[in-house]
Design a protein around this ligand. Structure first.
Ligand SMILES: CC(=O)N[C@H]1[C@@H](OP(=O)(O)OP(=O)(O)OC[C@H]2O[C@@H](n3ccc(=O)[nH]c3=O)[C@H](O)[C@@H]2O)O[C@H](CO)[C@@H](O)[C@@H]1O
Ligand SMILES: C=C(OP(=O)(O)O)C(=O)O
Length: 434
């Protein structure tokens, strides 16, 4: 297992370009299975999770022509669905959450699918009920086979229907939409997830011939069609990377330009960093974070302590809460971080406490951060990265800390951040991959 050795205290400066969005890529790549025609995708992030999903598509018989690391064409003329039922798929597919989204398109086009226990971050219970119940409502029959550990799905006749989702699951909505585009009749999905990546998926499906309306809202209407054709698609900039860079700039007292940040798709993200007292300017589609001596956490209007919590889109994404938390440790003032959606995503704060941060973990969902206001630096330590976003938060802490830190298990970071060490070295960071 690789580690990062980081010597902290360097002010980062320069320009950084966000990669294509990881969580959009996982949806879009799954959708190539919906057509026998060619789909060409650009701005693909060159990261572990995405490369693994592309490999799985290849294993299923999809013809892949990767013109460069960020552009590829896919042709799913022949698909070996039974590969999903193999030991090899169980091992590889189990390493990423995104593999669960292969099921929707397979049901739509081939009327059967298999789902092994999916992977992804170990950040609490991650149920698949929304996916499976959605498929069932469309007419799929679902059986769990304890002997092989697979959900078996069969859907000889997918039929449009009305459904009210139990929760606006992101991958669940994507899966149900992909299953419904070629069902007979009209499907209405209420309480659908509506974040930008799902909007991107729906727009791409419409370009392929699907009839989806209500895009961007929590009520999607899908008129089934018989056939989808090829298309081209470009991934948005990764909003979680953008947020991570905003936090990193502030923590290291840096001066960074995030070029092509996709500002119109960031929703409430910039406002949350502003609530921490971070200044930023928008110039065209770039975000400039100027060097700031200190930044001060705002209070609510009545003067009470600020709370920052996650919520399904258009609320604040849970994937940036760990970043906000670490950035707050060097702010002036206090904030309560309330992770409502996941239950094991805050435990990494014990490492920040070891580094000298003032944090009280109230329970698995809430952490109170008392900012040090740069009066005392964090200390470098050796630590292990538990999940992708906590991993980057620890990296941000290490970049701002006094002395040397070692971050182990950086495969977690590589799952979602492309060449992060080299890109940060270009901004003046002292990071070695060991
Ligand atoms: C591959 C991918 O795209 N992964 C993202 C996707 O995961 P994923 O699609 O797996 O996450 P879901 O949207 O299904 O739900 C995430 C968690 O939030 C809880 N929940 C969800 C909705 C709700 O109204 N209330 C609630 O508490 C769920 O029970 C679950 O524990 O969306 C998550 C939520 O934005 C992100 O963290 C993941 O990075
Ligand atoms: C939780 C995340 O990823 P995944 O759903 O792929 O585990 C994430 O991207 O922060």
């Amino acid at each position: 297992m690789n580690s990062f050795e980081v010597i902290g205290g360097k002010k980062l400066s320069g320009t950084i370009v966000p990669q294509g969005a990881k969580n959009e890529a996982l949806q879009i790549l799954s959708a190539v299975l919906l057509t026998p025609e060619q789909v060409t995708i650009s701005n693909i992030p060159d990261i572990l999770d995405v490369n693994l999903l592309i490999e799985l598509l290849g294993d299923m018989g999809v013809e892949i022509n990767r013109t460069d690391r960020h552009t590829a064409s896919f042709k799913s003329a022949e698909v070996n669905i039974d590969f999903l039922h193999s030991e090899e798929f169980r091992k590889k597919g189990g390493r990423l959450r995104g593999s669960v989204m292969l099921a929707g398109p397979l049901l739509a086009r081939f009327r059967k699918a298999f789902i092994p226990k999916p992977g992804g971050d170990k950040i609490g219970r991650r149920r698949l009920d929304t996916h499976i119940i959605g498929f069932e409502k469309l007419g799929a029959e679902f059986n769990y086979h304890p002997e092989d550990g697979y959900f078996h799905l069969d859907a000889p006749n997918l039929k449009g229907t009305y459904m009210l989702l139990d929760e606006p699951s992101v991958t669940g909505t994507a899966n149900i939409v992909m299953a419904a585009v070629m069902a007979k009749g009209t499907t209405t999905i209420y309480n659908a997830a509506c974040e930008p990546y799902l909007q991107q998926l729906c727009k791409m499906l419409n370009r392929m011939g699907a009839k989806i309306s209500g895009i961007g809202s929590n009520l999607l209407t899908i008129e089934g069609v018989d056939y989808l054709g090829g298309t081209e698609h470009r991934m948005l900039p990764d909003m979680i990377e953008v947020g991570s860079f905003i936090g990193m700039a502030a923590m290291t007292q840096g001066n960074i330009r995030i070029q092509g940040a996709g500002i119109e798709h960031l929703g409430i993200i910039p406002d949350k960093f502003r609530q921490l007292g971070i200044q930023m300017q928008f110039e065209g589609d770039d975000i400039i974070i100027p060097e700031q001596e200190t930044y001060e956490i705002q209070t609510f209007l009545d003067g009470s302590v600020l709370t920052i919590s996650d919520h399904p889109w258009p609320g604040f994404t849970p994937d940036l809460l760990s970043i906000v938390l670490v950035v707050a440790t060097q702010a002036k003032g206090s904030v309560l971080i309330h992770q409502k959606m996941f239950e094991s995503r805050l435990f990494f704060v014990d490492k920040l406490i070891d580094m000298g941060a003032q944090i009280i973990l109230c329970d698995p969902h809430r952490a109170a951060v008392i900012g040090l206001g740069r009066e005392q630096k964090l200390r470098g330590i050796t630590m292990s990265s538990p999940d992708i976003r906590a991993g980057v938060s620890l990296l941000i802490a290490a970049l701002s800390a006094e002395g040397k830190s070692v971050i182990q298990n950086i495969e977690q970071i590589d799952r979602g951040y492309q060449n992060i060490d080299q890109r940060l070295v270009a901004l003046g960071a002292d990071i070695k991959r060991i």
